[in-house]
Design a protein around this ligand. Structure first.
Ligand SMILES: Nc1nc2c(ncn2[C@@H]2O[C@H](COP(=O)(O)OP(=O)(O)OP(=O)(O)O)[C@@H](O)[C@H]2O)c(=O)[nH]1
Ligand SMILES: [Mg+2]
Length: 718
């Protein structure tokens, strides 16, 4: 392990961030091998205290001399201007800590649901998860669901119950809630020492010593536990030891323990660490980011109990054609396979990619292959490019500190890779591979934007391409019918971040109401007379046509039938009439939406041997259709989507009654695994504009939905 140029004046490309304060941070850390790396993602609801807990860890680790604050926007992980504005994390941040020769990459993830894509990327980069639960607010259903997800893949976990200094903190109640939600294998390693209603220290249940924090942040001073403290923690100690022994591979241990033998603490610690690393035992620690309580203890758990990347199964790997490529492992000498988990645009460095190396070693000044496949539906076209790694960094939040290499299992940042996007694989130029991408949520909330002026349009397109490259949860659509530029986002907070990023790049733009692409059709048959005659002076214009219009069934498109007889309109001008009708259909008849599903029959007309022309008959055709529309009734059609909503059983009633308020038609319900129900319905798009956020509110953040355009249907009158 090498620490280069400690406390150097590192490049600090972060915007508006606390550079001065961060200037005292440690230098770039290069892990010398995967055995000495830990990658831990922090998970918990928004406001649980993850970002501030990381400040406490940085302070305990001596990386920073003073903790930043959320209110001032001075934390290491939330330096992004959108995060400062929103007072919450909006993207994944990496904070490496060096603990006893082990490099722990702490991954701060945003808890706000709009940014679940960043959390998923964080989980891809991590080998273990620290669930951060607020002692003030407890656990929410999303956190419980994420625990279940980690459980299914056997990810090692620990729990920090934080904010225990808060006047409304209920440590015991929240611990009980965690055990209820996460299971019996969630067991405290430390119990709080209380004085005057406040938690002032921690009793380490295995060593039987107290970490004293009563003197404030400088605390953590160890002392022997008083007899009363030992007696008070006896039950918790018994529970912990039994839990560890139950997980131990040494089957004699339980008998010995039950026989009254005092099991050696070192044996228990080793068994505990093995069980945590295996993902079958989950230690709990009380913490406070304000007093620093538990930070040092937590650092030790992260470094000692969590597994190294060597224990992690690699994501699926294929060759560029999609055939399975075997033989990759977390070996620094193996073939290179790394994945881009986040992409940002830095004003000084350009595109910066956060990369998790799964196999091989990334080195400065080496050729690599950058490949992105399978995200075309998100607007990320498949791409394969050979590039050169020139700038390699160890990130500390937004701070980038140069390093020369990054081994398998470690995380680094790369600048100036022109084509790399989030989800891409970086591999050896002569042995290119593809790592499967992780599950990326689909953005379902449309936001229409427009450049302030014509001259801003190019800048908007360019900047949008850059922002979209880094964000697989953003989909850009230029709607062919409404001509609006639609940014499909995860929710309002995400939309704000996207707009901030565009404005940060100097683009002047504004949002608009999203126009639902309606269509028009005829409600019944109608006749139209088109007379386009101008014969005053010079070459005149003469065209007359009579048409009949009938609606066709939905999806019937357009039919043009010529029923003229006796050559009243010369053959060449028949198609001119059709052209004119089609042009008018594109422009719309009453509301400016395209006209669909109709048959136009040309019944007769008149032509002039000199003054008739293609243009005149086009004008007459268009006019005839407008006349028919004036004589008949135009029906507006609206898009309707098939929606499939997955909610927990207890929210089914609320979601169904909300759907009926949205003019939704229920088409079915089915039970899904895990006490979930899948509700299928057909809902007008107009009613789905904000459904992404409104469904969340209805279901305490747990509901998901998918939508697929089905057809256009008549807009109900009135
Ligand atoms: N009293 C007290 N307040 C805390 C503590 N930790 C965090 N807070 C406050 O809780 C609020 C949320 O803290 P954050 O660290 O931003 O929470 P987060 O989990 O990172 O939230 P997201 O980034 O939205 O996911 C802030 O106002 C913090 O100051 C703590 O240990 N004690
Ligand atoms: Mg945060």
């Amino acid at each position: 392990m090498s620490v280069k140029g400690a406390k150097d004046a590192a490049r600090t490309p972060g915007r508006g961030g606390p550079e001065a304060r961060r200037g005292d941070a440690a230098a770039g850390i290069e892990a010398d091998g995967p055995a000495n790396v830990r990658n831990v993602a922090l998970i918990g609801h928004s406001g649980a205290g993850k970002t501030l807990l990381i400040e406490a860890l940085l302070a305990a680790n001596g990386v920073i001399s003073r903790k930043g604050s959320i209110a001032d926007g001075t934390t290491v992980s939330d330096s992004d201007s959108s995060a400062v504005r929103q007072q919450r994390s909006v993207g994944l941040a990496v904070v490496p800590l060096l603990i006893g020769g082990i490099k722990v990459n702490v991954l701060d993830t945003p808890g706000y649901p709009d940014f679940i894509g960043e959390l998923r990327a964080g989980l891809r980069a991590a080998d273990a998860a620290l669930f951060v639960v607020s002692a003030v607010d407890g656990i929410d259903t999303t956190t419980t669901a994420l625990w279940g997800e980690c459980d299914r893949v056997g990810m090692p976990r620990a729990v920090a119950i934080t904010r225990v200094d808060h006047p409304r903190a209920d440590y015991d109640g929240v611990l009980a809630a965690c055990q209820q939600a996460f299971g019996d294998a969630v067991v405290p390693l430390y119990v709080p020492v209380r004085a005057g209603g406040e938690i002032t220290g921690l009793i380490g249940l295995l060593p039987g010593t107290v970490a004293e924090y009563s003197e404030g942040e400088t605390g953590g001073r160890a002392r022997d536990a008083a007899p009363a403290e030992l007696a008070g923690s006896e039950a918790a100690r018994g529970q912990l030891i039994e839990g560890i022994i139950a997980e131990s591979e040494d089957e004699t241990l339980m008998d010995r323990y039950l026989g009254g033998e005092d099991i050696d603490t070192d044996v228990l610690v080793t068994d505990l660490e093995t069980a945590v690393a295996r993902g079958s035992f989950f230690p709990v620690l009380p913490t406070s980011a304000v007093t620093g309580l538990g930070a040092a203890e937590l650092l030790e758990v992260l470094a000692r109990a969590f597994p190294s990347p060597l224990e992690r199964e690699l994501p699926d790997v294929t060759d560029l054609a999609g055939a399975p490529a075997g033989g990759l492992s977390c070996d620094p000498d193996g073939p290179l396979a790394a994945e881009v988990v986040r992409t940002t645009v830095d004003p000084f460095l350009g595109r910066v990619c956060l990369v998790r190396v799964f196999s091989g070693t990334l080195r400065e000044d080496t050729p690599v292959h950058v490949a992105g496949h399978g995200l075309a539906a998100r607007g990320h076209q498949d791409h394969d490019t050979d590039e050169r790694v020139t700038h390699l960094y160890s990130p500390l939040g937004a701070n980038l500190r140069p390093v020369t290499h990054c081994v398998a299992g470690d995380i680094c940042a790369l600048a100036k890779l022109g084509s790399a996007e989030t989800g891409d694989t970086i591999s050896a130029k002569d042995q290119p591979v593809l790592l499967s991408t992780w599950e990326m949520p689909e953005p379902l909330m449309p936001v229409a934007v427009e450049a302030d002026s014509r001259s801003d349009e190019d800048a908007l397109s360019r900047s949008l391409a850059k922002v979209a490259a880094g964000d697989p949860t953003l989909r850009v659509e230029r709607n062919a019918e409404t001509h609006q530029l639609i940014l499909w986002c995860m929710g309002e907070a995400h939309a704000d971040v996207v707009l901030d990023r565009l404005r940060d790049q100097g683009v002047k733009l504004h949002t608009q109401d999203v126009v639902t692409p309606l269509r028009e059709t005829f409600a019944g048959p109608a006749a139209g007379h088109g007379r386009h005659v101008k014969q005053s002076g010079g070459h005149g214009q003469y065209a007359v046509c009579d048409i009949n219009v009938e609606p066709l069934p939905r999806g019937g498109g357009f039919e043009f039938v010529d029923k003229t007889v006796g050559g009243v309109i010369p053959g060449t001008f028949i198609s001119s009439v059709e052209k004119g009708v089609r042009a008018q259909m594109q422009k719309g008849l009453t509301a400016g939406f395209p006209v669909v599903d109709l048959r136009v029959t040309l019944l007769g007309g008149k032509a002039h041997s000199v003054d008739s022309s293609d243009a005149a008959f086009q004008a007459a055709g268009a006019l005839a259709l407008r006349e028919a529309a004036a004589a008949g009734r135009i029906q507006l059609l609206e898009p309707v989507s098939a929606v499939s909503i997955t909610v927990s059983d207890d929210h089914v009633g609320a979601v169904m009654s909300d759907l009926s308020g949205r003019r939704g038609r229920l088409t079915g319900t089915a039970s899904a695994a895990g006490e979930l129900t899948e509700i299928s319905a057909e809902v007008p798009d107009q009613e789905l504009l904000r459904y992404a956020v409104e469904l969340r509110a209805l279901t305490a953040g747990t509901g998901r939905f998918r939508r697929r355009y089905l057809r256009h249907e008549p807009v109900p009158s009135g």
